[in-house]
Design a protein around this ligand. Sequence first.
Ligand SMILES: Nc1ncnc2c1ncn2[C@@H]1O[C@H](COP(=O)(O)OS(=O)(=O)O)[C@@H](OP(=O)(O)O)[C@H]1O
Ligand SMILES: [Mg+2]
Length: 467
Amino acid sequence: MPLNCSSLATKVPHTLGGLKTTATTTTIHVGGGGFFNLFSKTHQNNSLYIASLSLNKRNSSQRYCLSSSSSSSFVMEDTKDMVFSTLEPGKYSKELDIAVRAVQMACFLCQKVQESLISKTTSQLQAKDDNSPVTIADWSVQATVSWILSETLGSRNVAIIAEEDVQTLSKADSAGLLEAVVQTVNDCLAEAPRFGLKAPGTSLGSSEVLEAISRCNSTGGPNGRFWALDPVDGTLGFVRGDQYAVALALIEDGEVVLGVLGCPNYPMRKEWLSYHHRYHRIISKLTPPTSESWDKGCVIYTRRGSGEAWMQPLIQGHKKLVWPNSATPVKVSTIENPALATFCEPVEKANSSHSFTAGLAHSVGLRKQPLRVYSMVKYAAIARGDAEIFMKFARAGYKEKIWDHAAGVIIIQEAGGVVTDAGGRPLDFSKGMYLEGLDRGIIACAGAKLHEKITRAVDASWNSSSL
Ligand SMILES: Nc1ncnc2c1ncn2[C@@H]1O[C@H](COP(=O)(O)OS(=O)(=O)O)[C@@H](OP(=O)(O)O)[C@H]1O
Ligand SMILES: [Mg+2]
């Protein structure tokens, strides 16, 4: 479509979803009294960029994508089915845009499965290994995210290490389970355009869904680029209608470069984090969210070196994701006094020694009750400033998996916090599936002073502990 118009440009500083940029707002007048409102952002090195363009002509509202190289020629395309990014072009910006949208979709999928779980009686729930609906969420999210990453970035460019495999799903007696997963995946992917992503032309068949899950067969390691995905982190929290997370990180040459954490039940009123989930559900019912109020659920994301982490609400109902989707920055707490600090730890005693952390807490002067929260939501709580410390000391011999930490670690670091093992060393994401060489446990803090106090206390009490 050729453009023949007069234009008026104004330069405005702008911040969009965590990426500072100088934006140019241009009004382009066209024949017949109509006009386009053009919002564009220039790339530092003048390479190709994409700008959003709205046509506000009488009785007409349509979205176009306008791309330009350093030359003045423009190409306009209808963007109904395109990934539409307003992130500043730069390293990993396309990947971050897609990852946030994919995690938004995954949260939408999980919410639906969790709602149907909660509406059933406990006796209808099965353990994860028994082909439960939880497993349906795990596999379905993995298939959905894998499919989206491959379609948008090209399957040859995408390597994923993730928690699930297809062994159980592929068994002859798992036909019903597989059918449920395929249905859940297709129901979710059909909504892709609402999230600014392209839906499949036709529904995926079971072999395509299995293919998408089993494509997540990267073994990680020190070289190249791969995604680490935990489709449903905090299985117990998920089953119990409580906290859980969808975690996606991009790791390049052994270093986490992007982190996206979906926390569908994260309450926007922090005091609700510490309520038992049943009370939280009752309170939510008593005060249902209005379309204006943001009750719970967010996606937090960051990019290595940005010094910023951002949070968006989940897309509710039939709404569309319009970037930056009311994103707000998140920052760690400024509290340095242990007496005022809150520490988080796993809910399950089997996952981390509660007695050891109680002793540590006492010795450093932590006075508040521990905040026990399922899943990587603990990392989100530190990044958002809702708690100051996260400690985890697993039993000897347990090896932490990289997908249980990658997204959360980078989000806390970019939000201003410190994450190391108990020896003060950075977590090593370059050794394959596990955080090999982890010294004793994981300590994440809002600031360096608290971090130092905790690591010193661990050193002082470790030898007398039974861990
Ligand atoms: N020590 C130990 N032993 C066995 N399994 C462990 C351990 N630590 C963490 N995990 C796995 O990590 C996920 C949740 O762990 P959390 O640390 O968040 O613990 S908790 O849910 O709050 O209790 C959860 O994984 P998924 O829910 O499958 O993602 C746990 O299986
Ligand atoms: Mg996990």
